[in-house]
Write a protein that binds this ligand. Structure first.
Ligand code: FE2
Length: 382
């Protein structure tokens, strides 16, 4: 077995009602004046109030400027609010965008240089103020990973801060925080979590620990995503989805994600297609290409997706895994084809060029893709 390390948020609190533990954790981390990092919609629908009502006796401020697929300037804006209010901790309430902004601000508020100098791996010089992450979607896994992804609109690229110093101190993963998620977000973020688990399971850096988490997550997502999509108030399905997303986060936070994410980033960077949707558009096609590189692993994935594969060969089971992915994406209403999102066909070579440069992710993928092969995958997904 290869040497591998396993790192996650320092403390995980899960289960219905988990947010009740917030104040205890704030005190334990000696935060006296937190900045809540969130967006306007969550504020409007009362989710932020659910959190602030728990902060009895504390002063706090709310930064509600988070936007989907967050741009770098939002980190500057949030850092300014953080410094102006003399805050000593960050509580992210939202999906991956809010959590990634909070993680970036924790690193950047304590840094004298430019944010550009933090993009890359292990470039954050020290631990910043504590971060408590409270996800309101079930997909990102950002609450347990050491990565923050931001959009550089000028360069039309996604950039990442990767550092163990931005691992959240506490993740509170509670289904009651995900009930307001619209159907489309339930679907896209749920498929994103599925992609995290599948890519972690077939990653060249997979370990027995990440395998157990990834397979467990695939099984829970296949069983619960359609239920949560069909009925947003299905608390058991919501609880299973938010827990599966956390498990998938722990798996990919250590084993990494691969070609689906690498090919999805140009769709987000250039055409602002939401992260989960970009992944969903590519998942079955990339997997079709990936399956020959680790066919037994696809047998396991098919089984975890609920397919009856007991009398099938690995190759037959792998086909069933890919079919099950198509079916699940269509069950939760993900439109098919890049065409549906007005991606111009003649942009494919440039997207393939961009994707082929994302070595950080492609190096985890079990199959090595040339730029020409990446172009072919985009064409098959068109
Ligand atoms: Fe993702």
């Amino acid at each position: 077995m290869n040497v591998s390390t396993f790192k996650i948020a320092n403390k995980l609190i899960t289960g219905n009602g988990g947010t009740e533990k917030l104040l205890e954790e704030v005190h334990r981390l000696r935060i006296s004046n937190p900045l809540i990092v969130t967006d306007e919609i969550l504020e409007k629908v009362g989710v932020v109030e659910k959190v602030t009502s728990l902060l009895k006796g504390l002063s706090y401020d709310v930064y509600n400027g988070v936007k989907p697929e967050p741009e770098i300037y939002l980190v500057e804006e949030c850092k300014a609010a953080f410094q102006k209010g003399q805050h000593d901790g960050l509580i992210a309430v939202g999906g991956g965008s809010a959590i990634d902004i909070a993680k970036s601000v924790s690193a950047y508020a304590a840094y004298d240089g430019k944010i550009d100098e933090l993009f890359g791996t292990d470039l954050v010089p020290q631990k910043g103020v504590p971060i408590i992450a409270i996800p309101t979607t079930a997909g990102t896994g950002s609450e347990v990973t050491n990565i923050a992804i931001l959009s550089d609109t000028e360069a039309q690229l996604k950039k990442g801060i990767v550092s163990d110093y931005i691992l959240p101190d506490v993740a509170i993963v509670a289904p009651e925080m995900t009930l307001t998620m619209p159907k489309s977000v339930t679907a896209a973020s749920g498929i994103d979590a599925l992609v995290h688990a599948i890519e972690a399971y077939i990653s060249v850096n997979a370990s027995p620990i990440t395998d157990a988490l990834a397979l467990g997550a695939i099984k829970m997502i296949a069983r619960n995503l359609p239920k949560a999509y069909a009925n947003p108030n299905h608390i058991e399905a919501r609880e299973n989805m938010v827990t599966a997303s956390l498990m998938a986060g722990m798996a990919f936070g250590n084993a990494g994600v691969g070609a689906v994410h690498a090919l999805a980033y140009p769709l987000g960077g250039r055409y602002h297609i939401a992260h989960g949707v970009s992944n969903a558009l590519l998942l079955p096609y990339v997997m079709e290409w990936n399956k020959i590189s680790c066919i037994e692993r696809f047998h396991d994935i098919a089984e975890a997706l609920g397919e009856n594969v007991s009398n099938l060969t690995d190759a037959e089971a792998a086909d069933r895994a890919v079919e099950a992915m198509y079916r699940l994406c269509s069950t939760v209403g993900i439109p098919k084809g890049l065409r549906a999102f007005h991606v111009p066909e003649d942009a494919i070579p440039e997207m393939a060029e961009d994707a082929s440069k994302i070595e950080r992710l492609l190096k985890n993928n079990p199959r090595v893709f040339s730029k020409e092969e990446i172009e072919e995958i985009y064409r098959s997904a068109y």
